[in-house]
Design a protein around this ligand. Structure first.
Ligand SMILES: [Zn+2]
Length: 223
């Protein structure tokens, strides 16, 4: 059968340990541990031109990794903000992320302390529906082409899902460079972002349930 050979070969393979992964990467780097510019910087939408651009030396792995913010629930700042947001229901809350360059960035949190991988199935199902409704409402805003959705989770242990609104027609802001362009762009006018966030919050209350608290913007500061 097709594919059987590859599957039977897998048990003889061993995943790269952190040190082996580092050695594998360094094999492609120069004497200063700098990897060559490639791929994304060669993409025509890259925010950086390759001339003069230098790759940072690749540092060796650090193990164990330092704890993330809120790894201990007792110290979790996100839990302390469980009642804040522009939209809430019993289990979820939505905030606007201030100070961004894209027209709108929203963040969705479970009100209780969960990370993505330990989210109970009932909340996981709700997260799916909420993600779809939020993308729909963000993309219905004037001059917004796409809602990008990210869960990264390297900075904070309490699940937080990012929704970035990509401005229509700004074709260099396609794809995974968007967050870097966001960092380069000047801050989008806050009063317009607040108004757009309120539209999304009210639309979510209408389509999904929960309560929109328009006119409020909860500050967040997670990575
Ligand atoms: Zn928490």
């Amino acid at each position: 059968m097709a594919g059987v050979g590859a599957r039977t070969a897998y048990p003889r393979l061993v995943p790269l340990s952190p040190d082996a992964f580092y050695a594998h990467a360094l094999a492609a780097a120069d004497a200063e541990q700098r990897l060559p510019l490639s791929r994304m910087t060669g993409w025509e939408i890259s925010p950086f031109e390759q001339g003069g651009l230098t790759v940072a030396p690749l540092r060796p792995p650090v193990l164990p990794e330092p704890p993330r913010h809120g790894e201990d629930q007792a110290d979790c700042g996100t839990c302390r903000r469980r009642d804040e947001g522009i939209w809430l229901d019993d289990r979820w809350r939505l905030s606007r992320v201030p100070g961004v360059g894209v027209p709108l960035a929203l963040m969705l949190h479970p009100r209780d302390h969960h990370d993505l991988a330990d989210l109970p199935d009932e909340l996981a199902a709700e997260l799916g529906v909420l993600t779809v409704h939020l993308a729909r409402h963000i993309q219905a805003l004037p001059d917004i082409a796409r809602a990008h959705v990210y869960r990264i989770g390297d900075g904070g242990a309490h699940l937080h899902v990012w929704f970035f609104a990509r401005p229509a027609g700004q074709s260099q802001l396609y794809g995974s460079w968007l967050v870097v362009w966001d960092d380069l762009l000047p801050e989008y006018p806050a009063e317009i972002a607040d108004a757009d966030a309120a539209v999304v919050a009210r639309a979510l209350a209408a389509s999904y349930g929960g309560i929109a608290r328009t006119g409020e913007s909860a500050p967040t500061g997670e990575a």
